[in-house]
Design a protein around this ligand. Structure first.
Ligand code: GLU
Length: 547
């Protein structure tokens, strides 16, 4: 077989040489040790938590080392592509503060190593495909869908490995140039396959997360270019990561089984492999049987990144949560370094877990409360407002109408050693904070059983008579105690516990009346602080309803 003639026959329009392509992608000028990383999502219209999870690793590795982090759109599978999916992906990453230095942008590209959408790189892949053909390392395969199915069936029946190799590859490997020409002229479609060697050799790869991996060397005549001339993921990834100078390929562990193909291609093309980092699959505890299982697109809404956005989980909480999942020492570091940015955490690939990463929404809730509690009220306001502007427009109007009151409210309970952690996400904040606005205020809880209608009336009458909005909290509380005593309730809860028959209840019941009247709930922040956020008019108006 004249391989050069075959290469010309298959790729008559490809005139650029490998050297010319490589010259367009020069070495990057970066400091010593700088890492170049990317995410390569497919625009399927479903952005999942794993996209953010891998993005955070890649971003940290690049930016901690003074390197480059870029976005490449892996759109080689046009059957799965959905209109607007690229924009959706870029927007989702942006929402969660993933900042790319280079790569695909909505409708365009930013950077010198593009194009960053694989379909636009068709001609580049074909230069290397043509070269492999001319070196006798790739060949056109005319197997039809039916023939492929028949091979698969017979392999299944004989319990053989599926795929095209050995005897299954023979027919197409041994076609003559004339036969190939005739097939093409007859309009038969073909894919380009890699010509693998049948061997029982093993390869070893040092995975940055998993350590040394030993695997059988690839024996499959796998597909390089599909019948439309678009490459498979395998071929595209190798060429792109080489030309774009990725130093690390961070991707899910589902790619481990195809690693031998990638190693084979790097070898065939004479390129150095990047460092592979195969990350653990996202898992959850199945609520039905308590066992660990993979997160499922069908069953688990929390696999979709949009879920966290809709629920109003703050982006900082998402990062802290994922960093906790990703690096076993993050939590310890966080305790030792409260108040500093998670970006100061020294992220390392070595500290990553290799067994499935457990997505625990309870844990996310706890982290979110901590994160929001530690945020400055202005930041809480801005993020909460932005969320409302998207998901709860009426509430956004309230927040902007009562901005000062809201900022003051966000400060309630923040003094002292144990600040309140009332807000867990922006959606729940709308419920929790609703009592600060007359428009949304509602009484949910019943007055305590110890306080009958007359007691409620008498209490609020007396309270309002003695109420002086300018009292400090000590003076205010003295008055509450005095009324408590007058009504026959114990001023000290423990006295009531000791001698319940002597009192009608305790100060806890009395202050609960106040909390319920002012906030709608028995469980609420400090009454004096809340009263000062609401202002005298609102306080009086809410209490007068009970008189
Ligand atoms: N397109 C691949 C995916 O969506 C990306 C794998 C990689 O990052 O190399 O899973």
């Amino acid at each position: 077989m004249d391989n050069n003639a075959l290469a010309e026959l298959l790729f008559p329009d490809i005139t650029e040489t490998r050297a010319e392509v490589e010259a367009r992608y020069p070495e990057r000028v970066l400091p010593e040790g700088a890492c170049v990383t990317r995410i390569g999502p497919s625009p399927t219209g479903f952005v999942h938590l794993g996209n953010l999870y891998n993005a955070i690793i890649a971003e940290r590795i690049a930016h901690q080392s003074g390197g480059v982090f870029y976005l490449r759109i892996e759109d080689t599978d046009n059957k799965r592509e959905v209109e607007g999916a690229v924009e959706m992906l870029i927007e989702a990453m942006d929402y969660f503060s993933v900042r790319f230095d280079e790569g695909a942008t909505a409708g365009d590209d930013n950077g010198a190593y593009g194009p960053y959408r694989q379909r636009q790189r068709k001609g580049i892949y074909q230069v290397f495909a043509k070269e492999l053909v001319s070196r006798g390392l790739a060949y056109p395969c005319f197997l039809t869908e039916d023939e492929l199915n028949a091979i698969r069936d017979s392999q299944t029946a004989a319990k053989e490995n599926p795929g095209i190799y050995g005897k299954y590859a023979e027919k197409n490997r041994s076609l003559t140039l004339e036969e190939i020409k005739a097939n093409i002229e007859a309009g038969k479609t073909w894919v380009l396959r890699y010509k693998a060697v049948m061997t029982d050799e093993h390869i070893s790869v040092d995975d940055a997360v998993r350590g040394r991996l030993e695997m059988p060397r690839n024996c499959m005549d796998f597909v390089l270019l599909k019948s439309d001339g678009i490459p498979t993921y395998h071929f595209a990834h190798v060429i792109d990561d080489h030309l774009m100078h990725s130093t690390h390929v961070i991707r899910g562990e589902e790619w481990l089984s195809s690693l031998p193909m990638h190693v084979e291609l790097f070898g065939a093309l004479g390129w150095e492999q990047p460092k592979y980092c195969h990350t653990a699959t996202l898992m959850k505890i199945d609520p039905e049987n308590g066992g660990k299982r993979k997160l499922s697109k069908r069953k688990d809404p929390e696999l979709a990144l949009s879920y966290y956005r809709q629920e109003g989980i703050s982006r900082d909480a998402m990062w802290e949560f994922l960093l906790t999942l990703l690096n076993s020492n993050f939590e310890e570091w966080r305790l030792a370094n409260p108040g500093v940015s998670y970006l100061d955490f020294p992220y390392t690939l070595e500290k990553m877990s290799v067994s499935g990463a457990l997505v625990d929404l309870e844990k996310l809730r706890d982290i979110s409360k901590e994160v929001i509690c530690a945020m400055a009220p202005e930041k809480v306001y801005d993020e909460w407002y932005a969320w409302c502007a998207e998901y709860n427009k009426e509430y956004a109007e309230l927040l902007s109408k009562y901005k000062d009151r809201t900022l003051a409210a966000l400060n309630v309970g923040k003094g002292g050693k144990k600040p309140r952690k009332d807000i867990e996400n922006w959606k729940q904040a709308c419920d929790f904070m609703s009592f600060y606005y007359d428009e949304t205020f509602k009484v949910y809880d019943e007055m305590p059983a110890e306080c009958d209608g007359d007691t409620v009336k008498t209490f609020f009458t007396k309270y309002l008579e003695s109420y002086d909005h300018s009292d400090d909290s000590a003076a205010w509380f003295d008055k509450v105690r005095a009324i408590t005593d007058e009504l026959g309730f114990a001023v000290k809860p423990k006295d009531f516990k000791k001698e319940p028959d002597k009192f009608r209840g305790s100060i806890v019941h009395v202050t609960n009346m106040l909390r319920i009247a002012l906030t709608g709930h028995a469980n609420a922040p400090d009454i004096w602080e809340v009263s000062h956020v609401l202002g005298e008019d609102i306080v009086r108006a809410r209490l007068e309803k009970w008189v």
